[in-house]
Design a protein around this ligand. Structure first.
Ligand code: APR
Length: 224
């Protein structure tokens, strides 16, 4: 499985692209790049703290829960790869999760790399300080221009190329490696299913394409 921001849309978390999206009226380069952080760390942290607070009041929706249930059925034959940083899959009970873009509820030390959970939003004043070495910490997410964790990406690619079915839900499939994972699976002969209310660059490749929101699409595929 690969999920994107669209699976959390019905939990009230706004997606990045499209009308009303997070990137509308913002230039991602101003917020989600190493250069933006070097220029104005307070501004970048304010934006992440605001999104962190939104994520913490959101609840996983039926689509997250159906995927957690599917994992319980399939066990080791299941892998969930997500581009989302909201942690809602884990809160819904998913355990075999690869978070390609990190997690907004954690920070990472700029000096020693130590990761720690952020305090609850009401107690949180950015920037967080490393409990190990006292240095400033940055959001534990992957920014534009940064590399994904090579080991995680390799595991995701392996899973997509050897699966029976690859399911891609709620991603615009314009940011790599989302587009490539689906494409790779397809060219390896894996049955590719897409769930998205809009068409994407993956749509023409999909064996089955459901033009539905994630909850409805997954209910059709998995529920009952
Ligand atoms: N159910 C399923 N899909 C939905 C829903 C829904 N209820 N609502 C919207 N969508 C779809 C949109 O049609 C769109 O194709 O979700 C997709 C969201 O696309 P993006 O906002 O581009 O999100 P994503 O693909 O996850 O973005 C990739 O871009 O900025 C970066 O790091 C960020 O991980 C993110 C990456």
């Amino acid at each position: 499985m690969l999920t994107g921001a669209g699976i959390s849309a019905e939990s009230g978390i706004v997606t990045f692209r499209g009308a009303g999206g997070l990137w509308e009226g913002f230039r991602p380069e101003d917020l989600a790049t190493p250069a933006a952080y070097a220029r104005d760390p307070e501004k970048v942290w304010r934006w992440y703290a605001m999104r962190y607070a939104q994520v913490m009041v959101a609840e996983p929706n039926l689509a997250h829960r159906l995927l957690a249930e599917l994992e319980r059925e399939k066990g080791d034959d299941f892998l969930l790869v997500t581009q989302n940083v909201d942690g809602l899959h884990q809160r819904a009970g998913s355990r075999r999760v690869i978070e390609l873009h990190g997690n907004i509820t954690r920070a990472r030390c700029e000096r020693c790399g130590h990761r720690q959970k952020l305090p609850p939003p009401v107690e949180f004043t950015p920037p967080p300080v490393c409990e190990r070495c006292g240095s400033r910490m940055r959001p534990d997410v992957v920014w534009f221009g940064e590399f994904l964790d090579a080991g995680l990406l390799a595991s995701a690619e392996r899973a997509f190329m050897t699966a029976e079915v690859a399911l891609v839900i709620g991603t615009s499939a314009v940011v790599e490696p989302a587009a490539s994972l689906g494409r790779m699976a397809r060219s390896a002969g894996v049955f590719l299913i897409e769930v998205n209310p809009e068409t994407t660059p993956l749509t023409p490749l999909a064996d089955l394409s459901l033009r539905d929101p994630a909850t409805k699409g997954l209910e059709k595929l998995l529920g009952g």
